[in-house]
Design a protein around this ligand. Structure first.
Ligand SMILES: Nc1nc2c(c(=O)[nH]1)N[C@@H](CN(C=O)c1ccc(C(=O)N[C@@H](CCC(=O)O)C(=O)O)cc1)CN2
Ligand SMILES: NCC(=O)N[C@@H]1O[C@H](COP(=O)([O-])[O-])[C@@H](O)[C@H]1O
Length: 299
């Protein structure tokens, strides 16, 4: 259903105090996400976006006195929309991608919240940040060094049943995810890798090892890849990539820093699309992202 025709189906009630807010922001045009799949009586909240700028107004004040989910009222005052998602992030180190995604959730760039951090290194920088932000931390896997870690079965229960996590984001997690978890979250686990997969991926390719291999190869370009996770290292379906130059005199550290800056941007962009249900699957199994600015376009 065309957004325009749907818009005519909803009388935006100007008497509602929320809609007074729209006037303050001089909204020129609305882009309705996934409206066609909702019926006026659905009790979901519609995630409205101002075309060109991702701006999400929210229906009630939260603890930070910030606005939360927008409400689009149907003729019968019903509400519809995209549900805010729950995320689990897996890290093993400093967690700069994790921090970047958390900040994007707080600022409203990502329609989701980080429910839990999972790590095999309970003392890592990512875990320390999580504790400072009152985000739950789970240790995984259970080892002699980390006896408090969860088993694979207990982790699946904790994430899927107790925390009701929608999506899992790997961000510098350096262990192979168990098959139980991969199968429990089909098409719902992403990983970011610091090279243009399928090049420079697989067992042994992580952190600085990747950038050293890229430089040694003479490659002129590198960049991050966000892909869905399957049962093997780095072989899941590629969802997004971004390219940065490899300069003639680059050290591995300089290249790593250039790629990492692009990782932070790309992972937030992809997580935003994931939480707004803007991921589509081509007939040949390739995942695509629906453009925020023009829903008829995919990339
Ligand atoms: N089932 C999956 N699990 C994980 C994936 C995946 O694609 N499928 N991605 C990795 C992240 N990763 C690359 O993006 C990656 C991480 C670690 C390794 C690796 O070789 N690890 C070493 C151990 C390193 C350590 O313990 O310090 C190893 O397994 O020998 C390769 C790729 C996360 N999990
Ligand atoms: N193969 C996995 C891998 O190498 N992942 C890489 O680990 C770094 C984690 O940094 P962060 O902890 O600061 O986000 C990132 O560069 C990420 O691409």
């Amino acid at each position: 259903m065309e957004a325009k025709s749907l818009l005519s189906g909803f009388q935006l009630k100007q008497t509602n105090p929320l809609f007074q807010t729209f006037k303050e922001h001089q909204y020129t045009k609305f882009q309705y996400q996934n409206c066609a799949s909702f019926k006026p009586h659905d009790s979901k909240k519609l995630f409205l976006q101002r075309v060109g700028v991702n701006f999400s107004l929210k229906c009630k004040k939260n603890v930070d006195d910030k606005l939360e989910n927008v409400v689009c009222l149907g003729n019968d005052d019903s509400v519809i929309g995209v549900r805010r998602k729950k995320l689990a992030v897996f890290v093993s180190g400093g967690g700069s991608n994790f921090k970047s995604i958390h900040q994007a959730c707080v600022e409203g760039l990502v329609h989701g919240d980080i429910a839990v951090l999972v790590t095999n290194k309970p003392d890592c920088g990512g875990a320390e940040y999580a504790r400072r932000k009152d985000i739950s931390v789970i240790s995984f896997p259970k080892t002699s060094i980390v006896p408090t870690g969860l088993s694979s079965v207990d982790l699946v229960t904790a994430l899927s049943r107790n925390l009701e996590v929608d999506f899992i984001l790997l961000a510098g997690y350096l262990k192979l995810l168990p098959v139980e978890l991969v199968r429990a979250y089909p098409k719902s686990i992403l990983n970011i890798h610091p090279s243009l997969l399928p090049a420079f991926g697989g067992k042994g390719y992580y952190g600085m090892k990747v950038h050293k291999a890229v430089i040694a190869s003479g490659a002129r370009f590198s960049g991050p890849t966000v892909h869905f996770v399957d049962e093997h290292y780095d072989t899941g379906r590629i969802l997004a990539q971004s390219v940065v130059p490899v300069l003639a005199n680059d050290s591995a550290e300089e290249l790593a820093a250039r790629v990492l800056r692009e990782e932070h941007r790309l992972y937030v962009e992809v997580t935003s699309a994931l939480c707004e249900e803007r991921i589509a699957w081509r007939e040949d199994g390739v995942p695509l992202i629906q453009s925020k600015e023009n829903p008829k376009q995919y990339y």
